[in-house]
Structures are given as C-alpha cells and as structure tokens.
Design a protein around this ligand. Structure first.
Ligand SMILES: Cc1ncc(COP(=O)(O)O)c(C=O)c1O
Length: 444
C-alpha cells in the first residue's frame, strides 16, 4: 500500500483552521461510475434490457452519479482490511464482513498457497462427478464437529447453500414460516421451490406463534431464521423459537452467515450464545465469506439430510465444486477461529459497543443493533446517500442501503465493525460522523 498520508492524519489539521465540512475538498481520484458518464442524462436503453425496472435502475444510478453520491462497487487495490487503498488513496473500511479481521492472516494465506500447489486452481467438475478432493472432506468434518452436527456439506457460496437446502428439502405440501427480514437467498430459494410461505414479524416469537397455532394440513412446518440479522444487527430470539418448534413439532432452518464465528464464547454461533443444543436446530446454513475469510458456504445437519442433499439438491449437484483455494482458506479459517476466536470476538464486541455508544451520543439512530453490524438509520433516501458520499469524500467507505433494498423510511448506512479496527480508527469514524450530523440528522 503506498505510503501516502491518510485522511485521518490530515483531517484534524484542516478542521482546526475552522474550515467547514462543505469546504473540505478531499474528493477521491477517479471513483468508479460503472459505464455511466457523470453529468449526462440517463442513456437510451438497449432493446434487450428495455423494461420498467431497467428504466428505474438507470434513472436512479444516473441521478446518484450526477450528484456525486454513487459510492457502490468502488475498486480496492489490494487486500480488504480496516484500511484499504481505493481510488488512489487510503480509506477506512466500514462495510466489510471480515468481522474477525482474518483477511490476510498468514496461516490462512499459507494454507491456501499450499492448496494450489497440491490441488491446483480448479477441481475439474461438480462434487458428484470428478470434483471432490480431500480438502472438501476435511472441511466438512471440521465444520460438522465445530457445529456439533453429524455431517456437513461444503457449497460454493452461502447463497447456494440456502438454495440447495430449501429447494431440496422443503416440499410444496409443507408449511414455511420465515422471519420477514431474512436474506434474499432464502426467499429466492422458496420461490425456486415453489413453496408458499408466510412471514412473521421480525424476531417476534408471539407473531410466529400466531401462525403456528393455526390449524394446518401441511405435512411439515419449517421455521426459517437467521442468527444475526444483516440489516438490523440484532440477534435471533432463539430460545423462544426453539420452545415453539418443540411445542408445535416444527423444524428449524437457521442461517448463521452473520453469527458463525461471532457469537458464543468460541464463535460456534447463536446456539452457543444462548446455550442451546445443536440437536434443537435441524439444519444450519452459513456463508464462509464473512468471519471466515474465504468464499463458499456450508450446510450442517444429520447424516441422512446431507446424503440426500449430496444427491438431490440441484444447486449442489449441477454446479462445480468449491475451489481448492476457497476450501483450504475456509478450513484454515475455522482452525484459526478455534485458536484465536475468543480473543478476536472479545475485541470485536468491545469495538462494536464503543462505536454504537458514541454514535448514539451524537444523536444517530442505531436501531436494535447488538452485534458487529450497526445500522445508522437515517430514514430518508437522499440524506442517506449524501451522508455516505460525504463520508466517502472524507475517506470512509460506508455503504448505503436504500429503498427498494429496504422498506421506505428505513434508509440507512450499514456499518460493520471488525476486530482489526483500532481505537484510533474508531475515534476517527466517530469524529467524521460528528462532522456530518447536519446532513444526517436534519429534520426537513
Ligand atoms: C444471511 C445471509 N445468507 C446468505 C448469504 C449469501 O452468502 P454468499 O455471499 O456466500 O453467497 C448472505 C450474504 O451476504 C447473507 O447475508
């Protein structure tokens, strides 16, 4: 990473001279604009994409770019981490899922390089045919043991793990009740499986119960939940949901993408956090691209469920195997989690509590966050984009989440804290937010 002075070394000097926030000129060099040209009207649409939806997208993207508010897809020149080099300058990263700060860990990198030497860069096919190697078996064994389940399956992404489980195991004659804030992959999987589903109010066990109480002729009832919800940063009310599962003879599918590696004293997940036995969770899924710094996902369940998925889940059977690099990185990542997890988790939560407390002190609404994900809820699309753009200008990458990704009025920045951020960095973040209260918190 080039040795340029960071914004954080310069900013206090600039502001000490009574420069107002609007006079700061720290614009990034050559930010990414997709294929759009700033200061032009939205282009005519190619006939192949002409649709109402494409028109809306192009209009919105062009508006953001014209106003200098397009902060998506910025290009990193180097590894992700608390500091990244992007658009010719050092930026502080506030939107990375690398919660434990394991990107660049020497043990994980060495294991991955070693895997390329021993297994090459590709597997040559799908798992069912020629694509299974020893690394897959080792990773699956490691995950099954770590999660306390008899078996596991390594998938090439978390999205695919959800698609595989739901489209294979849930049947049209079953009943599905799903938390309204679950990830898009779970919803897409239900559409793919053509299974009707009902949404219960977010993390509201009473509302879930009201669905479960209704008479049904469904063969099975599935409750679909997450360990930590990625938009709100709150933890699933698992003990209440497990009690309902038992009372109503239902099955739980739990996506731990944001809680695996973070919750519980050894990072096993939301079950460990609450002292709940893995026997009470029927199927776990998770990405391996967040606290575990790789790409891929897993399913952990009974041996029979895994055998069935290995042979009948089309998302698994008809897609190539997880690459040797990703498999080795995931395996090494879980090994590091076993060794260094407790200390990193402690630091992560210390950082998250510190940032959350200080954002609240400045008047920001951080919702019900209780994890490493801290939403800064602005509730206004334009102001959310302005805040993200201003932070971007100041040298912070903090992605906005706006309508339609979130219901109207929920527009927010979604900050992710990591164990690798120093107190100094967090103080700079807090300082930057203190400079932006006028944009973010104005009532008009
Ligand atoms: C809850 C949840 N499940 C699944 C996924 C998909 O994981 P992947 O990015 O590995 O496909 C994500 C991704 O962000 C997620 O947040």
């Amino acid at each position: 990473m080039p040795n340029s002075p960071t914004l954080f070394q310069r900013l206090p000097v600039v502001t000490a001279q009574n420069t107002t926030i609007d006079q700061l000129s720290l614009k990034p060099v050559d930010p990414f604009h997709g294929y759009f040209k700033p200061n032009h009207a939205a282009p005519e649409l190619d006939s192949i994409i002409q649709s109402r939806s494409a028109f809306r997208w192009f209009r919105n993207i062009q508006q953001m770019i014209s106003k200098g508010e397009y902060s998506f897809q910025q290009t990193m020149s180097g590894k992700s981490g608390p500091e990244v080099f992007s658009n010719n300058r050092t930026m502080f990263m506030l939107s990375s899922y690398d919660y434990l700060g394991l990107v660049g860990h020497p043990y994980i990198e060495a294991a991955t390089i070693n895997a390329i030497k021993n297994f090459g860069t590709g597997t040559g096919g799908a798992r069912m045919l020629a694509g299974t190697n020893q690394l897959h078996r080792q990773l699956e064994k490691k995950i099954a043991t770590f999660k306390g389940k008899p078996a596991a399956l390594a998938c090439s992404s978390g999205y695919m793990a959800n698609l595989a489980v739901i489209s294979c195991i849930v049947q049209k004659k079953d009943r599905v009740i799903i938390d309204e804030l679950t990830h898009r992959s779970l919803i897409d999987a239900l559409y793919m499986a053509q299974v009707p589903f009902q949404k219960f109010k977010h993390n509201n066990a009473e509302h879930l119960k009201s669905f479960l109480e209704k008479p049904t002729d469904a063969e099975k009832t599935f409750i679909i939940i997450e360990g930590i919800y990625s938009m709100e940063g709150d933890i699933c009310v698992l003990p209440e949901i497990v009690a309902l599962k038992k009372a109503y003879n239902a099955y739980i599918i739990l996506d731990e993408s944001h809680s695996f590696g973070l919750l519980g004293k050894s990072g096993k997940g939301v079950d460990e956090h609450f002292g709940i036995s893995p026997d009470d969770i029927d199927i776990y899924t998770s990405a391996l691209s967040k606290s575990i710094p790789s790409g891929g996902g897993f399913i952990a369940a009974s041996e029979q469920a895994i055998i069935y998925l290995q042979h009948a889940a089309s998302a698994f059977v008809f897609s190539s195997a997880m690459s040797p690099m990703n498999t080795a990185a995931a395996l090494a990542g879980v090994e590091i989690l076993e060794k260094e997890g407790p200390e990193r988790i402690r630091k992560l939560f210390e950082n998250a509590d510190y940032l959350r407390r200080n954002l609240k002190r400045l008047g920001y609404n951080v919702g019900v966050s209780e994890s490493a994900i801290i939403p800064v809820i602005i509730g206004h699309t334009e102001r959310t984009l302005q805040l993200s753009a201003k932070l971007y200008e100041l040298g912070f990458l903090a992605n906005p989440v706006i309508f339609p990704a979130i219901p109207p009025g929920g527009d927010r920045l979604r900050l992710c804290v990591t164990a690798a951020q120093s107190k100094y960095m967090l103080d700079e973040v807090i300082y930057a937010f203190s400079l932006c209260t006028e944009i973010a918190l104005s009532k008009d």
